[in-house]
Design a protein around this ligand. Structure first.
Ligand code: ADP
Length: 236
């Protein structure tokens, strides 16, 4: 799976399965998925409802473990880690962007962005400096003291993106990041993702929108718990 220059994949999913047991009924949400993602890639994951995208995203995000198979995140096999170790690796290695932004409502943009640093034990001053710099980077340097209700949807998603980046994660995971945005604002956010990827950020995004997915450089398509297609886009 390694590329010619010998770099190590940041995501290495090996025959991962996920079976949910509901009483006597077993639901095979993932039936053995294998793929690798190299640092600096920008990948969209697509598939119809019920195909296993959320289940795969939960595995990628270390919110759940595969039933069988392995998942190596930045070289660490996380498939068998306990809850505390998973939470720790999530904080260190991953940044999350959600459809609904998931910002703390009564808290300033600066403090929202600084939150992962607080959990990581970073002191107040450094936290605020890093958060301010990150807000600057997503174009919100003049909105640090605004609360989410004082920001547009696109600005709120920028705050969430700054929060996802502030820990300098190995991978940014975005779950329908434009799902709550109008088409012009979606384009703006996709433009920001492109800029971040051009700067070297590794991005994985789940979307059902072909236009949104076409901004990525590679699309992995899932159906019935399996990968059915994995190809570079025109941008790839
Ligand atoms: P998608 O995100 O593509 O809509 P999901 O990963 O949510 O797909 O679901 C894949 C399959 O797994 C579906 O059949 C769904 O009903 C089932 N499933 C998802 N989560 C659970 C769960 N917690 N318990 C039982 N079945 C689940």
């Amino acid at each position: 799976m390694n590329s010619a220059n010998g770099a190590q994949p940041v995501i290495d999913m090996r025959d991962a399965t996920k079976t949910y047991e509901l009483g006597d009924v077993k639901v095979e949400a993932l039936r053995g998925v294998t793929f690798a993602i190299m640092p600096g890639e920008y990948v969209a994951i697509m598939g119809p409802s019920g195909s296993g995208k959320s289940t795969l995203m939960n595995l990628l995000g270390c919110l759940d473990r595969p039933t069988a198979g392995h998942y190596l995140l930045d070289g660490t096999d996380v498939s068998t880690l306990g809850d505390d170790a998973l939470a720790h690796i999530r904080l260190k290695k991953l940044g999350f962007v959600f459809q609904g932004f998931n910002l703390l409502a009564r808290t300033s943009a600066l403090k929202n962005v600084a939150l992962p640093l607080f959990y990581a034990g970073v002191g107040t001053r450094t936290r605020n400096d890093l958060a301010a710099r990150q807000l600057q980077e997503v174009g919100l340097g003049d909105r640090v003291d605004h609360k989410p209700s004082e920001l547009s949807g696109g600005q709120q998603q920028r705050v969430a993106i700054a929060r996802a980046l502030v820990n300098d994660p190995a991978v940014v995971l975005a779950d329908e990041p434009t799902g709550n945005l109008d088409s012009q604002t979606s384009e703006d956010i996709m433009g920001l993702f492109e800029t971040l990827n051009d700067g070297g950020r590794t991005i994985i995004m789940v979307t059902h929108d072909e236009d949104v997915a076409s901004h990525a450089k590679r699309i992995i398509r899932v159906r019935d718990g399996r990968i059915v297609d994995d190809q570079a886009t025109a941008r790839g």
